[in-house]
Structure formats: structure tokens, C-alpha cells
Design a protein around this ligand. Structure first.
Ligand SMILES: Cc1cc2nc3c(=O)[nH]c(=O)nc-3n(C[C@H](O)[C@H](O)[C@H](O)COP(=O)(O)OP(=O)(O)OC[C@H]3O[C@@H](n4cnc5c(N)ncnc54)[C@H](O)[C@@H]3O)c2cc1C
Ligand code: SF4
Length: 519
């Protein structure tokens, strides 16, 4: 008899640990444990998503005749951590072996590696074959020079999958249509009504449990609308293909006040817990192109995220951990300001993105990268503190995907392993891609002075501070040329504004980190 241990982000019927299961003898183990809910204080919606999806998945397995030993959070005797619960289950079932699929986090892999010895039963850790590129293959591919960068890795994935290919050539004659995907929304544009999923009785029960057990975790629950079953996840994918995908490319980078979802896929939470798989969503998007329902720039842009970025960050995580998380190339050490949790800041762009994050456990890529991420980079926030925030607040955040995006793409803490230049921007970028600056009390055009937008002086201060590292980077030649053209006086004023800002940001009496005008 084997005990098949399934984790909360492994809710895929085809998961490798279920391969060859014998329903007559084997038992599936699923456990809800407080240690996993609290090692960072996850957003309430994220907890509800995972626990409800686990309970639904267990019911689906039982309906197939598979025995599931399911331990609920509130069950008496629950050891409240993976190792303790596995030990209790081994004592109950006396299996010959435990079978698990490779986890999504280094920390959990270390636990798994200790189980066989600690519990006295052989533990088979199977590869997670829901991804296109196994870590060993990633290491081989990226060691071979060019594919070390995402763009070349992505081309290789296109060749291997045959997605959007015409023989050996990319469809449409180009690998990448990104240049067409940077449009700003027309003023007052209304995004489409997106499909959300009303909680059923099981989700309501979990929501009450989460509210009672974790009342002080970030986020509101009344706007929960994530798919929690495979059927709902397929409906979410279908909604994206019909309503989002045709315009996904055009408005991929655009942001607008009150428009929390726009044309984005909204599938990452379902993908990352296993209700959908990357190959199936990429194939579904390609089919929309061939059916003439979505343009190439949109379909290519989406497929690049799914088979390019998603696979690339996973490969990077598993080939570079555990050392990857320890690097801090820019020596960033400031603490995360409290307003990341309260949203109380006069900087309208940040307030709006944090508001959406609190309401939905969601923000789209550019909001994460160019608003909250950009601020954290420019303000020199310690990488570990930014990472813990991102890991907690997004429903789709699992360390294998969150860490490279935050540590590498946002904080540039890996010294350029992920991106050859930091994603730093001043207010002009945010003003171009959103309507945030229009209603903001700060002056998006001013670099210094009482009303100057902090993104501006922090941006130029960042360039000054890191001139030795980035001054000769050809991709940063333009901003450094502009910096060189500035007078000494302006440079000194920028440094002084930035220092005063940092002093206010870390002052203990700062009211929730509020940065109001004249304060
Ligand atoms: C600072 C930062 C942190 C991020 N943290 C996470 C995270 O914890 N979990 C996560 O899944 N994504 C993360 N991303 C990537 C991206 O923001 C989300 O995947 C996306 O916003 C999810 O929403 P969506 O399904 O509507 O995606 P869309 O914008 O519609 O994109 C489609 C799909 O592409 C994939 N994708 C897009 N960009 C990336 C990327 N950079 N890395 C990996 N996959 C990508 C996702 O699976 C996504 O569902 C992060 C990006 C940044 C800049
Ligand atoms: S002016 Fe500055 S702080 Fe205000 S919304 Fe624009 S970028 Fe953000």
C-alpha cells in the first residue's frame, strides 16, 4: 500500500504522484496545516482559494473511487505542519512507501528530503511534469550561451512545442510582437465585465474558517471570485479567450483607476495550483489565432508569458536556489514602508495598486513591476522584505515563480541574472501608461521641489547612487546621458530630496508611512 501525499498546489488529476495509483490499496493524503498558512501571512483570498480547491479536489478523487485521507485545519490532533501530519498518517495507514511530486518551494523540498529518515518509510519524489522544461534541461539549455536570456530560451520553447511556428520559422516572420503591445488606454476606457465565480457552500465554509482563524491577515474576502474547481478554471480560461485575448496584446501594459482586471487572463491562480496546465492554455490561445478570433500580437504575447517567462523563472529558481535568494547586488537594506499594507499614501499610483491588491489578491504584471516594484527598487527596500510582501499578497504567488520575478526582475538583487538592466522608471512612464497621475497631488513633471513626484527624484537618485554599476550599461545610455547633462545643483537637490524622503519613510512616528504633501 502506498500513501500518495498531494500538496495544495498539486491539484491536477494528471499529477505524477497519482500515476499508477491503485484505488483498491493506495490512499491519497491531503492536509490543511497552519504552518503553511502563516509562514508568510497570506492574503485571505489566497488561503480560501487553496483550501477550497483542495476540498473540491478531494471530493473529485473520492467520486472516482479513490480513498482520500483528508485532514482539516480544525481537526483535533492536527499537528499543523507537513512533517507532523505525514508522520501521523504513516502511523494510521502503515504504508510501504510514500509518493510525492516535487514541490514548488526549496524549503518544502528540504522537508521532503528528510522524511524518509525521519518517518522510517521510503519516500519517492517524482518530477513535476506539468511544466515544459524540466530544471535539468533548463540548466543544460541555458548553459549553452545565448539561451541564458529569456528571449532565446523562449524561441527554443517555441521550436520544441511547435506553437506559432511555420516549419522552422516563427509565424508572421517575427518571434516577438512586443513593440505593438505597449498602448495606453483611451481616456475613460471601460474594461470588459470579467467572469468571476460566486462562492459555493464549500467555499463559504472555508471563508468563515479563514476569517475566524486568520482575522489579521491582509485582504478582504467579500470580493472573492477565483475558480476553485477544474470546471470553473476551464470557464475562466474560456472567458479570457473570448473577452480578453483579442485585446490582450494592445492593452497588456496599460493601467486605469478602478479597472482591476482589464484584458488579462486571470488564470495564474488556477494554473499555479494545478487546475489548468500551461500546455493546454497555450494551445487554446493558439487555436484562437488559427480560428481568426484573436490577432497574432495578442496570441504571441500571451504564449510568450506562459511558455517563455513562466518556464524561464521556474528553471532559474530550481537551478540557482538556495543561493539565489541570498544575493543583494544593490545592497538594498531599507524596511518596507507600512503603507504597503494600509495603502495609505498620497502617491496615487501606489495607493491604487495596493487597493486592488487588497480587494482581489491580484494586480497585473505592469502594476506589480512598474508601480509597487519600481518604488521598492528606487527606495532601496531590502529584497527579503519585498519578497515576503509579494509572496503574501497575490493569490498566484508561489515561491518558484514569485522569487525570480521579485528578487531578479524587480530588485535586481541577482546582479542581472534575470534581466540585463533594472526596471527603473520615473513618473513619465506611469503617466504614459495610466491615468493615475491625473488625480494625484504630486506633480509628475517636477523632479524637485515641494510638490515633485517622489518617483522622479527617487529615480534620478537611483541612477546617481548606482552609476558605477549601470553607467556603462548600453541599455541605460539614454538616462545616463540625461543625468550627465544636469547641473551639479540639480543633482545635489535630487540627492537631498531623496534623503529627506528616506528619513520620513523610516521615521517611527510616520502615520502608516503616509507621504502627504508638505509632510
Ligand atoms: C514583481 C512581480 C511578481 C510576480 N509574482 C508572480 C507570482 O507570484 N505568481 C505568478 O504566477 N506570476 C507572478 N508574476 C507574473 C505576472 O504578474 C502574473 O503571472 C500575472 O499578473 C497573473 O495574472 P494573469 O493570469 O491575469 O496573467 P496575464 O498577464 O494575463 O499573463 C498570462 C499568464 O502568463 C504567465 N506569466 C506572465 N508573466 C509572467 C512572469 N513574469 N512570470 C511567470 N509567469 C508569467 C502567468 O501564468 C499568467 O497567468 C509576477 C510579476 C512581477 C513583476
Ligand atoms: S505623480 Fe508620481 S506619485 Fe503621483 S501617480 Fe504619478 S507617478 Fe505616482
Amino acid at each position: 500500500m502506498r500513501l500518495v501525499f498531494i500538496l495544495g498546489d498539486q491539484l491536477t488529476r494528471g499529477i505524477s504522484s497519482l500515476d499508477g495509483i491503485d484505488p483498491a490499496r493506495d490512499v491519497v493524503l491531503m492536509v490543511e496545516v497552519a504552518a503553511e498558512a502563516t509562514y508568510v501571512r497570506h492574503h485571505k483570498q489566497k488561503l480560501v482559494l487553496i483550501l477550497s480547491a483542495m476540498r473540491h479536489f478531494a471530493e473529485e478523487l473520492r467520486a472516482e473511487g479513490i480513498a482520500v485521507d483528508y485532514v482539516r485545519l480544525e481537526d483535533p490532533g492536527n499537528a499543523q505542519d507537513f512533517t507532523g501530519e505525514l508522520a501521523r498518517a504513516v502511523a494510521r495507514h502503515r504504508p510501504e512507501a510514500v509518493v510525492v511530486t516535487h514541490p514548488g518551494e526549496w524549503r518544502v523540498l528540504q522537508l521532503m528530503r528528510g522524511w524518509a529518515e525521519g518517518i522510517g518509510v521510503p519516500v519517492e519524489i517524482r518530477e513535476d511534469d506539468r511544466f515544459l522544461c524540466p530544471p535539468a534541461e533548463f540548466a543544460r539549455l541555458t548553459a549553452a550561451g545565448k539561451t541564458g536570456r529569456m528571449e532565446y530560451f523562449y524561441r527554443e520553447m517555441r521550436r520544441r512545442t511547435g506553437l506559432l511556428m511555420e516549419g522552422a520559422k516563427p509565424l508572421g516572420g517575427k518571434w516577438n510582437f512586443d513593440a505593438e503591445n505597449r498602448k495606453a488606454l483611451p481616456r475613460g476606457h471601460q474594461g470588459p465585465q470579467r467572469k468571476r465565480f460566486a462562492p459555493d457552500a464549500m467555499t463559504e465554509e472555508v471563508a468563515a474558517l479563514v476569517e475566524a482563524r486568520f482575522p489579521d491577515h491582509f485582504g478582504r474576502l467579500d470580493r472573492f471570485g477565483w475558480p476553485v474547481t477544474r470546471a470553473e478554471a476551464l470557464a475562466a480560461l474560456d472567458d479570457f479567450l473570448r473577452v480578453g485575448l483579442p485585446s490582450f496584446g494592445d492593452w497588456q501594459d496599460a493601467m486605469q483607476t478602478g479597472e482591476d482586471f482589464l484584458y488579462h487572463a486571470l488564470i495564474a491562480p488556477a494554473l499555479n495550483i494545478g487546475l489548468l496546465t500551461a500546455p493546454e492554455v497555450a494551445a487554446a490561445a493558439e487555436a484562437e489565432y488559427h480560428a481568426g478570433r484573436a490577432p497574432l500580437n495578442a496570441v504571441e504575447g500571451f504564449i510568450r508569458q506562459v511558455i517563455g517567462w513562466r518556464e524561464f523563472v521556474r528553471g532559474l529558481y530550481w537551478t540557482e536556489m538556495p543561493g539565489y535568494a541570498e544575493t543583494n547586488a544593490l545592497n538594498a537594506t531599507r524596511p518596507l514602508p507600512a503603507f504597503f499594507w494600509t495603502g495609505e499614501t498620497a502617491m496615487r499610483c501606489l495607493a491604487e495598486v495596493i487597493r486592488g491588491t487588497r480587494d482581489n489578491a491580484y494586480a497585473h504584471h505592469i502594476q506589480r513591476l512598474m508601480v509597487t516594484g519600481n518604488f521598492a527598487l528606487l527606495a532601496g527596500i531590502a529584497p527579503g522584505q519585498i519578497e515576503a510582501w509579494y509572496l503574501a499578497v497575490y493569490a498566484d504567488a508561489f515561491e518558484w515563480v514569485e522569487l525570480p520575478n521579485v528578487h531578479g526582475m524587480v530588485a535586481h538583487a541577482d546582479g542581472g541574472r534575470l534581466g540585463s538592466k533594472p526596471y527603473a522608471a520615473a513618473a513619465a512612464y506611469i503617466g504614459r501608461m495610466s491615468d493615475y497621475c491625473r488625480g494625484c497631488g504630486f506633480d509628475a513633471k517636477a523632479r524637485t521641489g515641494r510638490k515633485a513626484c517622489p518617483m522622479n527624484y527617487l529615480y534620478w537618485n537611483f541612477l546617481i547612487t548606482h552609476q558605477a554599476r549601470f553607467g556603462k550599461n548600453p541599455r541605460m545610455a539614454l538616462p545616463y546621458k540625461a543625468l550627465a547633462a544636469m547641473g551639479e545643483g540639480e543633482r545635489a537637490a535630487i540627492t537631498a530630496e531623496a534623503e529627506a524622503f528616506f528619513a520620513r519613510m523610516s521615521a517611527p512616528e510616520a502615520p502608516s508611512g503616509q507621504l502627504s504633501l508638505g509632510w
